[in-house]
Structures are given as structure tokens and as C-alpha cells.
Design a protein around this ligand. Structure first.
Ligand SMILES: [Zn+2]
Ligand SMILES: [Zn+2]
Length: 403
């Protein structure tokens, strides 16, 4: 039978972040089957096949988790639709909340230094890094020379369970683990270890100052989170542009001052708007968060002299950064790029969700949840662009909470 998405109550319902949620019961994790099921992506266009794996035993320093919830990121869709190459066969999915079932050795703690226990609800950094290589020492652990990136590694070899579209996952030493507070619904938290942590990296890299004006190109999840963080940090005006009216309305609820639908508005109208808010100087900062290189030159032309342009969403090999060099030179522009983040950005992301659980509509982000068995339907739903995120509930509920 075709699984139906779980309806998510509308904004303002009892499921809303501010409402009193039932506490997650600290459960005794029951004995497991000796195998775990995962969806293996075999490449585009072959697609997915469901496979059974031996349930792993945690080696020293490892943590084995049931995958509670895993959301489908835009980069998963890029891979599935052949726009981005990954080392297939692999288990995709890197935005994950899990519950610990086994810990490899005593005394393992989370990134904040708290001891981990079986039954803890956790999320973790998208990558495990060695801490000692050239890039780790350059403060780029996401580019570690021994990088293990969840949902991006082949499942051939001795560690097949490293993606979220599975009942079980193994976390490696060098992963920054964060406990999910029991009062937070995992639905609010699940994209934190990708889009929200990346947004914090973007903010830090661009060095946003209070009072600055900001243009965000794209009301996808990074753009929507960026709007709220910029306002939190005192940005005087945050303009978000997109061609998707529904996402622009969500951006407004995530505190964008102005949401401009470029399917109904001209570039000249946007320039007039920026001029009106900046005394014709241009904005201080532009964030590219839409994945289209067509926005780069128009965005760079809306910057003030000395402005900063940060690229956060261009991950496909055919995208180009193409602007006249004299625009860069004569307008004294700074251009920067980021990819993923460091563990401290995920720490800020977790604190942000906790701080704003009452005031921001996190319940609007994951708008459909399917069982793991419904992966193909979930992928179809995610590919429509109707949802910011579609999630998979990968293990049956073992608590008296939502998951
Ligand atoms: Zn992602
Ligand atoms: Zn390293």
C-alpha cells in the first residue's frame, strides 16, 4: 500500500514549538533484529534498492544509532537526479536525528563534554574529521584529508551503514555529537546539521555586523535560516528574493523584512527597492543561497562599494562565478565561498533552535514525513519543490513522544 505522508499540523497548532510537548521518554532500547534495512542508491538513473545489513557492533570510539528521523536535503536530490556525483553504491541522507543503541567504550562524550548514554537522542556533524591533518589544522575540518562524510560514502567495504536512509548508522571517532534536548521535537532539529549549521558558517565568514543591510538570494532552507539569524544579529534590513511564493511567505515568518517574488517583479524593481533602503549605496552583504549561477552578477551589482558577496549554494560542477572583473576591482568587492561548517557552527545551530523554539515556526520546515519503506514516494514529494524538507521516519516509535 502506498504510504501517505503524515500530515503536519498547521502553524499555531499544539505541535508548534512553543506548545508543551510531551517529554520524550528515556527508553530502554529493545533488543534489535540482527539485521538493519537501508536504501542503497546505485547511481542515476538506476535509483534505490532496499538491502539488509548485519547490524554493526560498535568498535572503540564508535557510536551505533537507530536512525529516528532523516530529512532529504537538496544535495541528496542533486545526486538522485544525476546533477552531482557520489561514490555509488551508497546510503544517502546526512540530516539525521538518531537514538544511541551502543557505545564503543566507556567515557565517550558529546561535543559539549557530556557523557553519552544508550537511549540518548542525538544529532551530529555531517562529517568525522581526524583533527591532525593539514586541513584540520587550518580550521577546515570539513576538508579533512581523512574525511568521513555521512551520506556521502560508498557502502562497499567494512562500514556500509553511514547514511540516514537506513534503520541504523555507525558514527565514527572525530564526529561532533550533540544531544537533542528532550523538549525539542526531532522534526525541528533534523535539518540543523546541514542547512542551519551552514548558515551559521556563512554568517561568521561574512562577518555580519549589526545595522548592516542584507540581500539573500534564495528562500530555500539556508536562505530562510539566514534571514532569521541576520535579524537576530541586528541586521537593519533583510531582503529575500526567490521565485517561489510559498517559500517567500515562510521567509517572512522567519523574520525577513521584505520578500520579493522575482517571478512577478523585475530586476529594475529590485534595484529600486535596494536603493530605497540604502540611500542608493547598495546592500552591505549578498548571500547566494539558491544554487543558480545566474544570480551572481545581478547580486554583485546590488552591493555597495566595499560590499561582500558570499556563495553558499553552488555545489554543481557546471556552475560558474562570472562577473566583470572591473566590477570586483572598482567596487572593492570581497567574494567568499563556504562549504559545510565546523562543529561550533552546529553548536550555535542547536542553541538557536532551543532559543527560538517559541518564536520561529520550525514546524513549517519538514512538511511531510514518510516511513522508511516509503522512500521512493518521499523522493517524489521532495522533488516537487512543494516542501522545504521531506523526512523519513526510519525506526518505529519507541517513545511516548512524537518519535
Ligand atoms: Zn544537506
Ligand atoms: Zn583531518
Amino acid at each position: 500500500m502506498k504510504p501517505a505522508p503524515t500530515p503536519i499540523p498547521p502553524h499555531g497548532s499544539p505541535r508548534r514549538a512553543g506548545a508543551k510537548l510531551p517529554p520524550f521518554e528515556r527508553v530502554v532500547v529493545p533488543a534489535h533484529e540482527p539485521t538493519a534495512t537501508g536504501w542503497v542508491f546505485q547511481g542515476a538513473p538506476e535509483g534505490f534498492v532496499s538491502k539488509s545489513f548485519d547490524r554493526p557492533i560498535a568498535k572503540a570510539g564508535e557510536v551505533v544509532c537507530d536512525v529516528v528521523l532523516s530529512s532529504i536535503c537538496g544535495s541528496d536530490l542533486h545526486t538522485v537526479h544525476g546533477r552531482r556525483e557520489e561514490p555509488a553504491p551508497l546510503i544517502l541522507g546526512h540530516e539525521i536525528v538518531g537514538r544511541i543503541t551502543e557505545i564503543g567504550g566507556p567515557g565517550l562524550s558529546d561535543w559539549q563534554g557530556e557523557l553519552l548514554s544508550v537511549g540518548d537522542l542525538i544529532t551530529w556533524s555531517i562529517m568525522a574529521s581526524c583533527g591532525n591533518c593539514f586541513y584540520c589544522k587550518k580550521n577546515l575540518p570539513q576538508k579533512c584529508l581523512k574525511l568521513h562524510k555521512y551520506g556521502h560514502c560508498t557502502c562497499e567495504g567494512n562500514q556500509p551503514l553511514s547514511g540516514g536512509f537506513s534503520e541504523c548508522i555507525v558514527l565514527h571517532p572525530g564526529t561532533a555529537i550533540f544531544k537533542v534536548p528532550e523538549h525539542l521535537d526531532p522534526v525541528f532539529v533534523v535539518p540543523a546539521n546541514c542547512a542551519l549549521a551552514t548558515a551559521f558558517n556563512a554568517i561568521e565568514t561574512v562577518g555580519l555586523q549589526a545595522g548592516e543591510t542584507v540581500l539573500i538570494q534564495g528562500a530555500g532552507l539556508i536562505g530562510i535560516y539566514l534571514a532569521a539569524i541576520c535579524k537576530d544579529l541586528g541586521a537593519s534590513k533583510v531582503i529575500v528574493v526567490d521565485v517561489n511564493a510559498k517559500r517567500l511567505r515562510i521567509a517572512e515568518r522567519f523574520r525577513a523584512d521584505i520578500a520579493v517574488d522575482l517571478s512577478e517583479s523585475t530586476g529594475e524593481a529590485l534595484t529600486d527597492l535596494v536603493n530605497a533602503f540604502t540611500h542608493c549605496h547598495g546592500v552591505d552583504v549578498v548571500f547566494e543561497a539558491c544554487g543558480s549561477d545566474a544570480v551572481i552578477e545581478p547580486g554583485a551589482r546590488l552591493l555597495r562599494k566595499g560590499g561582500r558577496y558570499l556563495v553558499a549554494g553552488l555545489v554543481t560542477a557546471d556552475a560558474r562565478f562570472d562577473i566583470p572583473a572591473d566590477l570586483l576591482t572598482k567596487n572593492c568587492l570581497s567574494v567568499m565561498g563556504i562549504h559545510n561548517y565546523r562543529p561550533e557552527h552546529l553548536a550555535r545551530a542547536m542553541a538557536f533552535i532551543d532559543l527560538h523554539a517559541d518564536s520561529l515556526p520550525f514546524d513549517e520546515i519538514v512538511s511531510a514525513v514518510y516511513p522508511l519503506s516509503g522512500l521512493r514516494e518521499a523522493m517524489k514529494a521532495a522533488s516537487t519543490g512543494e516542501h522545504l524538507r521531506v523526512a523519513l521516519r526510519c525506526t518505529p516509535s519507541k517513545t511516548n513522544g512524537s518519535f
